[in-house]
Design a protein around this ligand. Structure first.
Ligand code: TRP
Length: 452
């Protein structure tokens, strides 16, 4: 194993935890998790979600970090190197390709939604400075989606912010930014959850999120819960693998993984506890909120409450920061790959990939308005991209990562990478990768493909 990556190194254990938690904590936690819980029966969904995190998410997180640290290159080259060294087919590098291509696709629509958060942050900032209030939140939201011009502007701003950080490199860009952003994010979240507690509907939110109604657990609960577990932890698409490549040799992989998983799950639950009391307090139904949940229901609440405007500003800044630290992690693997395969410097490679992502993002922009009637396999264009990348390629990537690490990578390597893990736990981890994760993912994939 090389002791250093050519792309740079995290300066400490904490730096890695912040970066990986920054990747994990994103729109998936604050935007997607609450509305999935809302659409899938609350507590029942949360319970299945937590089980998926423990049984599949955590083991694959260890696997990705250790593969990354063993190879020390961009995911594609890392997998090429490890499969060659182990005498296996170089075709395993397909995991890297699936990941890199899917990340580009996911980032393309993630950036558009990231743009929404910037737009809302700007709206609240303007209100704070005396601008017009949002009197009809549904009209504001649908108005935004109907305006290609606005969407393109904010998508562009978001991409420029993302490219800027990645272009500056691992230490000077990514690490410096997460060191500053992650504490900010935590403070904002605690303030917001504090308000949620004070609304008097906190108890209702707790019972909505934590009282499982077992009759609501269906096949589709498992489907969305496992998908969300992967998505929220940034797993399956080599994001965490890329970050693992910059992890110093002496840091314990199991420990950092547990920290990242706790941070991510904690933020998702806290976000739920911050959002649902407000939704309930304003007489809105917590069930069936859909993707517009926070954009259409929360502004009503912000209008009605005292200090609502600064509070709304804090909320959307939080969301934008969370999205930003995730989007940089999606741009990193393709950028590292391009740097390795060309003579290009990172300063050039990151903007090049960024332009590609930006152009693909236009498909999402237009699928919200002028192309909204275009259908691919029954979905609109954005839906089709999301389906392919996050519903199909992501679980396939996760499955292959588990199988490669569990059955093909020599256990000597895994053991050397995780010397602090007790033997029984190591064996448990190995079988989680060999059997539990593949079976669960295959079930979910089978269900996905049969419903399609
Ligand atoms: N985990 C991030 C979120 O919750 C999104 C994300 C970043 C992601 N990197 C990823 C999702 C890799 C899937 C794969 O918003």
């Amino acid at each position: 194993m090389d002791s250093k990556s050519i792309h740079g190194m995290w300066s400490s254990r904490l730096a890695f935890i912040l970066a990986a938690a920054g990747s994990a904590v994103g729109l998936g936690n604050i935007w997607r998790f609450p509305y999935l819980a809302s659409d899938n029966g609350g507590g029942a969904f949360v319970l299945v979600y937590l089980a998926c995190i423990a049984l599949v998410g955590l083991p694959i997180m260890l696997a990705e970090i250790l593969i990354g640290r063993q190879g020390r290159m961009s995911p594609i080259n890392t997998l090429l190197k490890l499969s060659r060294e182990g005498g296996h087919s170089p075709a395993w590098s397909v995991i890297g390709w699936i990941g890199t291509i899917s990340l580009v696709l996911i980032l393309s629509f993630y950036s558009v939604v990231g743009g929404w958060t910037l737009y809302y942050a700007a709206l609240y900032l303007m209100q704070l400075l005396g601008g017009d209030p949002i009197t009809d939140p549904v009209a504001t939201f649908t108005g935004l989606l109907a305006s290609p011009g606005q969407l393109v502007i904010w998508h562009s701003v978001f991409m420029i912010l993302t490219v800027g950080v990645v272009a500056m490199g691992v230490e000077k860009g990514l690490e410096r930014m997460v060191r500053f952003m992650m504490p900010t994010l935590l403070v904002l979240l605690l303030v917001l959850a504090g308000y949620g507690i004070s609304t008097g509907h906190f108890g209702d939110a707790v019972s909505f999120l934590f009282k499982p109604d077992f009759s609501k657990i269906t096949g589709s609960t498992l489907l969305s819960a496992l998908g969300q577990a992967f998505f929220s932890l940034s797993l399956g698409l080599t994001c965490i693998m890329a970050y693992g490549a910059y992890l110093p040799r002496d840091v314990s992989i199991p420990r950092v993984s547990v920290s990242v998983v706790f941070a991510d799950t904690g933020v998702a639950l806290l976000a739920g506890l911050a959002i649902f009391p407000i939704v309930i307090a304003f007489g809105l139904n917590p069930e069936g909120g859909g993707p517009g949940l926070i954009f259409t229901s929360l502004p009503n609440a912000f209008n009605a409450m005292s200090w609502g405007i600064p509070y709304g500003l804090a909320f959307f800044v939080l969301l934008a920061v969370a999205a930003w630290t995730s989007s940089i992690s999606m741009l990193e693997p393709p950028t590292a790959m391009l740097v390795e395969r060309s003579e290009l410097k990172r300063r050039v490679a990151a903007p090049l990939i960024g332009v590609g992502v930006w152009v693909i993002g236009l498909v999402t922009v237009f699928s919200l308005n002028i192309w909204s009637s275009v259908r691919v396999a029954g979905r609109d264009l954005q839906g089709a991209i999301e389906y392919l990348a996050s519903d199909i390629m992501l679980p396939v990537g996760g499955l292959l990562t588990a199988v490669f690490t569990g059955w093909f990578l020599s256990t000597r390597i895994s053991r050397e990478q995780m010397p602090d893990m007790p033997d029984w736990l190591f064996t448990l981890w190995l079988w989680a990768l060999r059997v539990v994760a593949p079976i669960l993912v295959l079930i979910v994939l089978g269900m996905k493909l049969s419903e399609a």
